[in-house]
Design a protein around this ligand. Structure first.
Ligand SMILES: [Fe+2]
Length: 259
C-alpha cells in the first residue's frame, strides 16, 4: 500500500512511544464511568459508505428525504422540524429512516468537546466547545492537556455496540485531498479499527493503542461481541511531535493512493 503517512505495511503512525499511554490505560474505568454518565450521545453517522448503499443512519436519512413516497418525505420533514435539540432531531430521523429502509446505526458518537460548526474547524480550540458530557471526563481532559498538542479541538468518543461493525466509509461529505489535519486516535479496548485500501480490497488494522493517520483514508471497524470504544482528539501537534514522528517536512498528509 502506498501512503504518505506511515509505511506500505502500516499506513498509520504509532504514537504509543510519544505519549503517556500507561496513563491512558490507568484512566480506563474513569472513561467508562464518563460514558455511562453521558447524556449527549449521537447515533453514529458516516460519510460515503462503500460496501452497502443505505446501511447507516446518515444515508438512510438522506435517502428518506428524497423518497418517491410522499408519506415518507412528510414524516421525515415533521421529525426534522419538530422542537428539540439537534441531537433529538437526528435520533428521531435516524430511527425512522433506519426502520423504513433497514439501515442501522452501529453505535454512538459521544462528544467531550463538540464541534458546533463545520468539519474543517474541528482542530481548533476557538471553534470547538465543551459538551454537556464534559464534566464527566475531567481526568481524561487533564491527561489530554499534557499531550504534545499546541491546540486541542474536538474530543469525541466513538462507541460501537456489540455485534455492530462500522461500515467502510470515509469521513465528511466530500474528499479533501490535501490537508494537514492532525489528531490522535486512541483505544484502551483493542477496537478492531482498520484503514481500507480499495484497490487491494485489504484492511490494515491499527494494532496499537494510539495512532495518527490520514484522516481522509477510508476506514471501518469490525463487529465485536462486546462494546468497543475509541477516542479521537483533533488538534494541532507541537513541532516537536511532528519531527519525532517524521511528518514535519510533508506538504500534506493525504494518502491519495488509497482511492
Ligand atoms: Fe469515520
Amino acid at each position: 500500500m502506498k501512503t504518505i503517512i506511515g509505511t506500505p505495511d502500516k499506513p498509520w503512525i504509532d504514537l504509543t512511544n510519544h505519549i503517556d499511554i500507561t496513563g491512558l490505560h490507568r484512566l480506563r474505568l474513569e472513561i467508562i464511568r464518563g460514558i455511562a454518565l453521558s447524556e449527549e450521545m449521537n447515533p453514529s453517522m458516516y460519510g460515503q459508505v462503500l460496501d452497502s448503499k443505505f446501511k447507516d443512519a446518515y444515508h438512510t436519512i438522506n435517502y428518506a428525504k428524497k423518497s418517491y413516497n410522499p408519506e415518507i418525505r412528510q414524516h421525515i420533514e415533521e421529525l426534522t422540524n419538530m422542537s428539540g435539540s439537534a441531537i433529538d432531531r437526528r435520533r428521531r430521523t435516524a430511527m425512522y429512516s433506519n426502520l423504513v429502509f433497514g439501515g442501522y446505526s452501529s453505535g454512538w458518537s459521544i462528544p467531550v468537546r463538540s464541534l458546533p460548526g463545520q468539519f474543517a474547524d474541528k482542530n481548533y480550540a476557538a471553534t470547538t466547545v465543551e459538551s454537556r458530557n464534559y464534566p464527566h471526563f475531567e481526568k481524561l481532559m487533564e491527561w489530554i492537556r499534557h499531550l504534545p498538542f499546541d491546540e486541542i479541538g474536538r474530543v469525541n468518543i466513538f462507541l460501537n455496540n456489540p455485534y455492530m461493525g462500522t461500515p467502510i466509509h470515509f469521513d465528511g461529505a466530500t474528499e479533501i485531498l490535501t490537508h494537514k489535519n492532525e489528531f490522535m486516535w486512541l483505544t484502551t479496548e483493542k477496537k478492531k479499527f482498520f484503514l481500507y485500501d480499495e484497490s487491494e480490497k485489504k484492511k490494515y488494522y491499527i494494532d496499537s493503542a494510539a495512532a495518527f493517520f490520514d484522516e481522509m483514508a477510508t476506514h471501518g471497524t469490525d463487529a465485536d461481541t462486546a462494546y468497543k470504544f475509541s477516542i479521537r482528539i483533533d488538534g494541532v501537534f507541537t513541532p516537536e511531535l511532528r519531527k519525532a514522528i517524521g511528518i514535519d517536512k510533508l506538504e500534506n498528509y493525504c494518502a491519495k493512493s488509497l482511492r
